[in-house]
Design a protein. Sequence first.
Lengths: 116, 301
Amino acid sequence: MSNKLADELRRIRGIRNKSLRQVEKETGISNAYLSQMERGEAANPSPSKLHALAQCYEVPYESLMAAAGYMGEQPPGSSKQTVSATQVALMSADLDEDEEKMVAEYIKFIRSQRKK
Amino acid sequence: MSITNQPSFFARPESEMQVSNLSEKVLKKAGAYGVLPTPIDEIIEAENISNIDDTEELEESFMSKLTLKSKETFKGLLQKLRGLADLREKAIYVPKEDNHIRSRFPKAHELAHQVIPWHNVDPQYFDDKYTLSPDAQDVFEQEANFFASEILYQGKLFRSDARDYKPSFPAIFKLADRYGTSIQSTVWRYVEEQDEKIAIAQFYPGRSIDEQGNQVLQLWKVVCSPSFFKRYGGIKIPLHIRTGHDWVAARDLETVCDGNGVFDCEGSKCSLEWNVFWNGYTLIVMLRETPTLGVIGKIVG
């Protein structure tokens, strides 16, 4: 697990002044696992857990996703619209970059049509 | 040629409990809990999500604006996509299928992305400089598939039904009809919910042609119930089967076939009963321990 996330979780919990037991009660995540996360020993904490922690600590979920390594920087030259335009495509495995851009364009087109 | 396959489990997401609870909440909100087949369109409507299932006009209109090369890319894309979710606009798009059963799963899958709270990652938080990693996408897809399955099979309801029936294709056909789902997805879910030792091997037509001019079938995957895995660990299944093989008769004769055989399971010989079904494009083989008097189940006529 990323040390960045472990550092961030320890830091935020310190600011919020919450005990592991309190966080366990509010999120349903066991305090043993929380402790592992804060030591960087938990393997790949799931997005659902990060979401629960983000709510508990009142911090942006996206910041914890990034700290956990679930957000990657877009490669240079790729479409910046890709993620925000589509976000999700079913069975989209194996889409190449041209196809991903096409999905983004298609969604933009649909949005424009629906506004008419 | 054969290999010892390490059968895979139906891996459920780590968030199984949350996703399952959420699906139940969504069903109840729409008054659809216990209503079969699950009225997926009504559920989507109850969530105030635009459900656009006739995308043909949009596709044609979009295509008319593309260059020749881009048109080809778009056509290829349409072959791969079974649905899209636009989280910002709270809309889902699922191309119309001739067989409406085929569109139910993509709709439920796209609904999942709309209602699972942690799927809504706002990329603008990073000024669009970041994208979801493949790991995160995999988790989200697995969760959406599980949610879709929970919605269509209504979790505990199917669990109870599946355990009432003796494992057989007629039982699965009945369940598929009751739940408005495909035979294939019902087979997977059925095995997943079984206490019995069952394995499923699925074959697709390959490129090779056999001596009779028929396509050779190639193994796609082997999955099993947890108790099968615990008992046997692995099972040797042929990688390719052709006309003349007992199982291929299900395709060539267009009927459900059954029989018994001795299989190599991690080095030990085990006697298994097999049932085979050809659904028009894939051959599904169900293998289970030869039943003893101790096995109790509702016999499906």
